[in-house]
Each structure stands twice: as structure tokens, then as C-alpha cells.
Write a protein that binds this ligand. Structure first.
Ligand code: AMP
Length: 219
């Protein structure tokens, strides 16, 4: 059965690292709305121009804009056996829209839809955000404190240059947490009430969290 996996959790909770690993494991596309929006900004599209101001302020990009990007992406052929959706939905309005989009695309065929919540202590996350770096070429994520590259500013995997995201500064990070608590955290109850929420303890090493994740996606 088609697997539709979505992930909830505060900024920098480790979702990106785990979900890209999971996508490779299942052979599904890893669809990360933050990266899709940043690509629109780099390409200077109309959507990118609109999205930029919201991202720079740590606010959610308007629901219609992200919805149309997601609908296009989920309609592509590589999603027909399943997808890993990282960073969408981020509000109950987006969650309702996702149900509608899935129903249209799945066209009466049943799918295994699961929401996985990365439960973690938010105190340490601001420090994780300001120390986060990612490879400009392959997107691998590092952390100067917790997962430093072997050579300064250089990706261990492809040798690309590491960069800091513009919105990974302390001020924008604080705004992103506020947005998360106001808009996204209500989705935990939303999916719990529908009996499709799986919660994992997202604290510990990458390998420890990975083991917990596999248990809730494979059963
Ligand atoms: P992320 O890379 O997931 O940390 O997302 C970076 C920024 O992109 C967020 O702070 C939002 O401004 C925007 N963004 C990402 N996903 C969404 C979404 N589902 N809805 C609205 N805005 C989003």
C-alpha cells in the first residue's frame, strides 16, 4: 500500500537528517517544503519573491502558495508508491488541504497515512539552529557543536562549501519557534484525535533516534 508519511516537530529537532535517511531507506522522494521554497528564492521566481519576506521573518508562507507547490510535487510519478513529507503541513489549515490533495491524487485507492511527531526538549534547539551548517552542493547537514565536518567549512561527503541559512540566526530562530508553537503544535492534537499520530523520543544520538523511527514506520 502507498505510504504517506508526514513529520511534526519544532525547528532543528533532527527531522531533516532522519527523514532524508528514511527516504533513501524506502526509495521514496524526500519532500521538504523549506528547501523547495529556498530553491524558488534562488531561482528568483514569483513564488520565491513572495516567500522570501515570510521566511526572513520566521513566519509561515501563505497557505495557497505552499499548497500549490505541494500539490504539483505530490502529483509526480515518483510519489506513486509513497512519499516523505518534511515540513508540511504546518497548520491545521494546511492539514485539511493535504487531506484534500491526497484524496484527489489517490482517487479512491487507500493509502497508509501516518503522522510522526519528534518529541524533544526545546531548550537546546536555538543553539542547534545557530550552529547548523549545510553543504551548498549536496545539502548534507552539519552542526559545528554536535556534528562538525572533519575539515572546517568543507563537506565530508562531496567536498562542497558549507553555508549557514539566512534564517538560522538567533532573532529569526526565536520567531520560528513562536510560529511553531502557535500554528504547528496544534497538529499534534489534530492527528492524535484522528488516531494516526506516532510519537518518538527525538533526543539522543542519530542512530538511537533512527532505531525508534524505524519501529513506528515499519509496523
Ligand atoms: P524549514 O527549512 O523547514 O526550517 O523552513 C524554513 C521556512 O520556510 C519556515 O520558517 C517558513 O517560513 C517556510 N516554510 C517551510 N515549510 C512551510 C510550510 N509548510 N508552510 C509555510 N511556510 C513554510
Amino acid at each position: 500500500m502507498k505510504k504517506e508519511l508526514i513529520f511534526l516537530g519544532p525547528p532543528a529537532c533532527g527531522k531533516g537528517t532522519q527523514t532524508s535517511k528514511l527516504a533513501k531507506y524506502f526509495g521514496f522522494p524526500h519532500i521538504d517544503t523549506g528547501s523547495l521554497l529556498r530553491a524558488e528564492i534562488t531561482a528568483q521566481t514569483e513564488n520565491g519573491k513572495i516567500a522570501k519576506s515570510y521566511i526572513d521573518e520566521g513566519h509561515l508562507v501563505p497557505v495557497e502558495l505552499v499548497g500549490s507547490i505541494i500539490k504539483n510535487r505530490l502529483s509526480q510519478d515518483d510519489c506513486k508508491n509513497g512519499y516523505i513529507l518534511d515540513g508540511y503541513p504546518r497548520s491545521t489549515e494546511q492539514a485539511d488541504l493535504l487531506t484534500k490533495i491526497n484524496n484527489e491524487i489517490d482517487n479512491g485507492n487507500s493509502a497508509d497515512f501516518r503522522a510522526i511527531y519528534f518529541d524533544t526538549d526545546t531548550e537546546v534547539l536555538i543553539s542547534r539552529i545557530v550552529n547548523r551548517r549545510s553543504c551548498k552542493k549536496c545539502g548534507e547537514i552539519y552542526n559545528l557543536k554536535y556534528k562538525p565536518p572533519k575539515n572546517e567549512n568543507t563537506c565530508d561527503i562531496c567536498g562542497g562549501e558549507l553555508a549557514q541559512r539566512k534564517d538560522d540566526n538567533e532573532e529569526t530562530a526565536k520567531a520560528r519557534f513562536e510560529t511553531y508553537f502557535n500554528e504547528t503544535a496544534p497538529l499534534i492534537e489534530y492527528y492524535k484525535n484522528k488516531n494516526i499520530l506516532k510519537t518518538i523520543d527525538a533526543q539522543g544520538s542519530i542512530d538511537e533516534v533512527w532505531e525508534r523511527l524505524l519501529k513506528v514506520v515499519e509496523d
